[in-house]
Structure formats: C-alpha cells, structure tokens
Design a protein around this ligand. Structure first.
Ligand code: NAD
Ligand code: MG
Length: 399
C-alpha cells in the first residue's frame, strides 16, 4: 500500500531533505500535501513535481500568487492560506506527517497532525519544548504515533529498547536498564574561539556551522548551544527522562549522533554521516529501513572522534535551558519565545551575539504567571505571546 504523506515546512532545510528521501521511495510513499511560510515559487515546483492534492502558505498574499500559478498550469491542487489553512492541511487524513516548520509557529499544525491520528515525524523541536505534556497527551488521546527526526533523538531512539521505542512520552528508562542518555552536540563554530572575542562575532560567522547544513534559526541556536538546551528539554519529554538521566557531551565531528549507556556497562551509539536524510528515513519507515540517499560511513576515512564536557561560561544558553527544563513547562515556553526573538534580533544585526543569552536570562527572571496550566494550549499560546511582547520591548531598550 502506498502511504500518503504530508510535509509541513516543505521549503526549508528539513523539507528539502525530506523531498529527497521521498524521491528515493516513490513506490512506497506519495507526497499529497505540503505547506510553507511564503515561498510560493518553491512550493509551486513541489506541487508540480509531486502532483499534490493540497498546499498551504501561511502568507495570504503569497498564497494568492501560488493559486494563480496552479491555475495557469492547469494543476488540480487546492491552495489554502493563513494559520487556519496550514492547520487544516496538517489536520487532514494522512498516514505520515513530517513536522518541519521552524519555531513556535509549528505547534498548532503539529497538534493538528496528532489530532488526525497520523504517524508524526517530529523535526520541529520547539513545538515539543513548548508543550511536552500536552503534546503526548494529545498523541495518546488521538492514537497518533510520534517518531523523532531530530538527529540526536533519532539516534537515542535507535539505541533504546523496542519497548521504549513503542512508548515514547512515557517510556520506563530504568526498567529498560538505561544508566544515562548521552546527548552529543558539535559545539558549533565558536567552540575554540577565545571567550573575549565572542562579543564581536557576527551573524555571518555564526551561520557557518562546521558539520551540519541547516536553516538560519537552528544554526544560530547551534552556535550558542541553545539548540542542545532545547534538545535536552525535547529528550526529557520524548524519553520520559529526569534531568540526571541525560548527559550532554561535545563531539565536534558529529559522527556519533548520540548514545545510550546501560547499567551493565554497555554503551550503544548510532553513527553516520551528518545528513538529516538518515533520521527522516528512519522515522518514515520505522520499524523497517529504506534507502535515504546517504552514503555509508567509511571508518577508514575518520581521523579521530573527540568528546568533551560543555563549558557553561562559553554556552550560557545551554545552562539557561537546563534550568528552565528543571523549573517547568512555563519557563520552557518563555525561553523558547524569547530565544526566537533574540535570534531574530541577532540575525538582523540589532543585538550582539552575547546578548542572546542576556535577553533570555532577563526575560526568564520575570517568572511564569501564577495559575499557568501546562496542559492547556490557550495558556501556552498566551504565555508565548506575552513573552514575545516583553522580549521585543526589552530588545528595543537595548538597541
Ligand atoms: P528552515 O528555516 O530551513 O525551514 C523552515 C520551514 O518552515 C520553511 O519551509 C518555512 O517556509 C516554514 N515555515 C515557517 N513559518 C511557517 C508558518 N508560520 N507556517 C507554515 N510554514 C512555516 O528550518 P529547518 O532548518 O528546516 O528546521 C525546521 C525545524 O526542524 C526546526 O524546528 C529545527 O529546529 C528542526 N531541525 C532541523 C534540523 C536541520 O538539519 N535543519 C535538524 C534537526 C531539527
Ligand atoms: Mg539535533
């Protein structure tokens, strides 16, 4: 049977890698719908190539442009627009949905995909960071399956027992004999840069990731290691892990994608070239394996593999994220929202690199309003909006 696939965030880095995996497996998967923010030309090319049934653009003016192109080409593809259109597309019936929108914008569409009961491959870590408990409660209530696409979480998933793989969100790590999850990260482009030079690094340098090619937001998050902090929170929710169950390890080569250390001394690792097509293929085909288009790893070409402890003085964002995770869901919502604003401000040259952490710390110190309910989407969205408002005001003061 050919599976019907929906791709959320089709024009981005993960979206593009997903299309490549789908091209290798046309007899097995048919891409039927896709959405993006505003790049109508790129989405039109996808509609044309895959003969999509439906597409959505968040931006309404861009959606009108897309509709005109679809009509002119004589294609039969329904074009939706706005947040409602993106969520309607995500909530339609599919066998598999790839959630690859960047940031908080992906939360509602990801929840809509879960509500449809689909298997959901999750790249959009921010959605889970904002809503962990609600996310898995929704998956459970709607009989949806969550499969990680973030490479580290895919690696951990692959190193866990089948029992854990089948019970994501509430798996029993101790019963499975897990001693620790070893979450690896490259350390980004400034791993060895003298600390006193960090104040002056520019967005252009921060966008040069040493091992992975990704969208701009996650690339900056990788430089500050906020990305690893968000992944720490993501791992806690996915694997039902306590803070002490997870150790963060810097591994500059990005060949080991993460590991699980067991009680008996055995450590299982997942290795491969740093290419997101592998975790995308793993999620799509689980429990089977399909061709992804990624070359096998040639061990004779690996010079060395190094591992270090992270230094919180170099990566204050990592520390903030771990603390937010320990504090609770509200703090994770604030951290995520403020970080998105701060990264945007850094990318547009309005603040310096070190101010990303400073802005996050400043806004977190305001605390979570009393009565915040972690399992309620309206509370999460209201807190996200309030945190953004306050962060923007503070960013104005700084500028
Ligand atoms: P990207 O910026 O390259 O792409 C983001 C996609 O989301 C684009 O298609 C964009 O059009 C779409 N989008 C943004 N806002 C939208 C909205 N409001 N409605 C509909 N679509 C919208 O980002 P990316 O690097 O592909 O990352 C996507 C997600 O995957 C992020 O959450 C990131 O953390 C995660 N992730 C990425 C990688 C990677 O290698 N790129 C690895 C692990 C996890
Ligand atoms: Mg990752």
């Amino acid at each position: 049977m050919v599976e019907r696939v929906c791709l959320l965030g089709a024009t981005g880095s993960i979206g593009t890698s997903s299309l490549e995996v789908l091209r290798h497996n046309k007899e097995r998967y048919r891409l039927v719908s896709a959405c993006a923010l505003h790049n109508y030309r790129k989405l039109f090319a996808i509609i044309d190539e895959f003969n999509l049934e439906a597409a959505a653009l968040y931006d309404e003016a861009a959606a009108a442009q897309l509709r005109a192109l679809v009509t002119a080409a004589g294609l039969k593809c329904e074009v939706l627009c706005g947040e409602a259109g993106v969520c309607a597309l995500a909530g339609a019936t599919h066998d598999f949905t790839i959630a690859a929108i960047v940031g908080a914008a992906g939360l509602k569409p990801a929840l809509a995909a879960l509500q449809s009961g689909a298997r959901v491959g999750l790249a959009n870590k921010e959605a889970l960071v904002m809503s962990g408990e609600l996310f898995f409660a929704t998956a459970k209530a709607c009989n949806a399956t969550v499969l990680p696409i973030d490479s580290e979480h895919s690696a951990i998933f692959q190193c866990l027992t089948e029992d854990c793989q089948r019970t994501l969100g509430h798996c029993a790590l101790k019963a499975a004999g897990v001693h620790k999850i070893l979450l690896t990260g490259s350390g980004g482009p400034f791993r060895t840069r003298p600390l006193e030079e960090l104040a002056n690094v520019k967005a252009q340098e921060a966008l040069q990731h040493p091992t992975w090619s990704m969208g701009p937001k996650i690339t900056i998050d990788s430089a500050t290691m906020m990305n690893k902090g968000l992944e720490f929170i993501e791992a806690r929710f996915l694997f039902n892990a306590a803070p002490d169950d997870i150790q963060i390890v810097i591994h500059p080569q990005s060949v080991v994608h993460s590991m699980v250390s067991y009680r008996d001394g055995a450590v299982l690792a997942q290795l491969g070239l740093p290419d997101m097509k592998t975790p995308i293929a793993r999620a799509l085909a689980y429990p089977e394996r399909i061709t992804s288009g990624v070359e096998p790893l040639d061990f004779t070409k690996l010079a060395e593999l190094n591992f270090f402890n992270p230094d919180f003085a170099r990566y204050p964002c990592l520390k903030l994220a771990i603390e937010a995770s320990k504090a609770g869901q509200g703090e994770c919502v604030i951290l995520n929202a403020v970080n998105e604003c701060a990264v945007q401000a850094f990318l547009t040259g309005r603040i310096g690199y070190l101010q990303i952490a400073q802005v996050c710390a400043h806004e977190l110190s305001r605390g979570v309003p009393a009565g915040f309910r972690a399992q309620h989407l309206e509370d999460i969205l209201a807190l996200d909006a309030a945190a953004r408002r306050q962060a923007r005001a503070y960013l104005q003061e700084l500028a």
